[in-house]
Design a binder for this molecule. Structure first.
Ligand SMILES: Nc1nc2c(c(=O)[nH]1)N[C@H]1C(S)=C(S)[C@@H](COP(=O)(O)O)O[C@H]1N2
Ligand SMILES: [Mo]
Length: 402
């Protein structure tokens, strides 16, 4: 089946373009499969790369070897995304078993504390457990909608997942080391996956986050109850709940508390939010906290007339969510959806549901989440790299009700 959301027509801005998009749907042969999960196996013939052969091919859109997204209807309805459906985003290749070696012997160096020391994973695993269900989302999620065509993967909604990380609290670890050095303002994590032939400053995935995250951060070795797979940064990963994907350092082997941000490229000029056509500087905003966002996950293309149940997900940076509303008239009026299922905490997404009675016709349906600080905007915030898109218009779905 040809994927409708691959159509350029979907990045609409005006009513007439929206109608053109709807018209395109009728040319898709099996559009009336309705809410039944689409079979994605033939959508893209590319095979799953060897390092993630265990992934669910049917759930994934393979953009490249290291950029793999989850189909919009394949995150599941169970709040937690099955690990075999979770997206992959590698700046550099994941470490393999041989490079990782014996997992319990993995080493983490801690600096910027009163008594710097190195821990093995086996030691960390004897410490008190911290478990955090949370959204992991790439800052480039939604980049496909940016009209200026930023470089980088053209993610739709699928470089995002809700997973449960288990590990030890960063604060606990620092206190075990006698506490932070005076004046510590940032937490910097470094991944061990840097290519050997490149200067680490250029090639290493090293990021700093504000010390305000201290209480929430963890060093995780499990995701969804299984040891973190190599591709997701095993055996040890820094997790910064509420922050964009890039700050969650895979294969972490160094954790530093300092008064300054890292001056590595991944921090100084990459992941910066700046005007289209400009050059990034370390003074531009960086991809830290996520903004409030939602999207419909079903139906995506078609439904039968009568009662139509819409489902989707909503999340924030941890700011409590107030609700989600749906619009069938491009934002002129909004109707409240309800959250379904348990609340797994402020960093997890909530699944929402809305029941509509729809007559035959073409509909554009938008979802807009609101947290205690505000609502999703209508439009994306234009920026050169296409980061942090939470505009509701681009993320709306066009469905044919027959
Ligand atoms: N060491 C390391 N950490 C990393 C990356 C990487 O390439 N290397 N990619 C980052 C980016 S851009 C994202 S969006 C997330 C992706 O996590 P996932 O592949 O487990 O979904 O990991 C982040 N942490
Ligand atoms: Mo990312």
């Amino acid at each position: 089946m040809k994927k409708i959301h691959n159509s350029k027509r979907r990045s609409f801005l005006t009513g007439s373009a929206a109608i053109a998009g709807v018209a395109a749907i009728s040319s898709i042969s099996n559009f009336n499969l309705n809410i039944a999960k689409a079979d994605h196996s033939s959508a893209a013939p590319k095979a799953t790369p060897d390092y993630i052969k265990w992934k669910n091919r049917n759930a994934l859109i393979i953009h490249s070897e290291g950029t793999i997204e989850t189909h919009r209807d394949m995150i599941g309805n169970g709040i937690i995304t099955p690990i075999e459906n979770v997206y992959i985003r590698n700046n550099v290749n994941s470490l393999n078993d041989q490079q990782i070696g014996n997992r319990p012997d993995w080493k983490l160096e801690v600096q910027g504390v009163q008594k710097p020391r190195t821990f093995t994973l086996a030691e960390l695993q004897k410490m008190p457990l911290k478990i955090t269900p949370m959204v992991l989302q790439c800052s480039g999620n939604g980049r496909k909608f940016f009209a200026h065509g930023p470089s980088g993967t053209k993610w739709d909604t699928g470089s995002a997942a809700c997973v449960t990380f288990s590990g030890v609290s960063v604060k606990y670890l620092a206190e075990l080391c006698g506490g932070l050095v005076a004046g510590a303002k940032f937490i910097t994590g470094t991944g061990a996956d840097a290519p050997k032939e490149i200067d680490p400053k250029e090639g290493a995935v090293e990021r700093s986050v504000p010390i305000s995250t201290y209480e929430d951060c963890l060093l995780a070795w499990e995701v969804n109850g299984v040891p973190i797979p190599n591709a997701h940064g095993g055996p040890l990963r820094l997790v910064v709940p509420g922050y964009y994907g890039i700050n969650n350092i895979k294969h972490i082997n160094k954790l530093v508390f300092a008064d300054k941000e890292s001056d590595f490229k991944m921090m100084s000029t990459r992941y910066r939010v700046y005007k289209i056509g400009d050059k990034p500087t370390a003074n531009d905003g960086t991809c830290w906290e996520m903004n409030v966002k939602s999207w419909i996950t079903s139906p995506l293309t078609s439904a039968k007339s009568g009662k139509v149940v819409f489902t989707g997900v909503a999340f924030s940076n941890g700011t409590p969510l107030k609700g989600v509303a749906l619009s069938f008239d491009e934002g002129k009026s909004w109707k409240n959806a309800k959250f379904v299922g348990p609340n797994l905490g402020k960093f997890a997404w909530r699944q929402f549901q809305f029941e509509a009675n729809l007559e035959k016709g073409n509909y554009t349906v938008a979802s807009r989440a609101t947290d205690e600080k505000g609502s999703q905007p209508k439009l994306r915030f234009e920026n050169n790299e296409g980061y942090s898109h939470n505009g509701w218009l681009d993320h709306s779905v066009k469905i044919t009700v027959a």
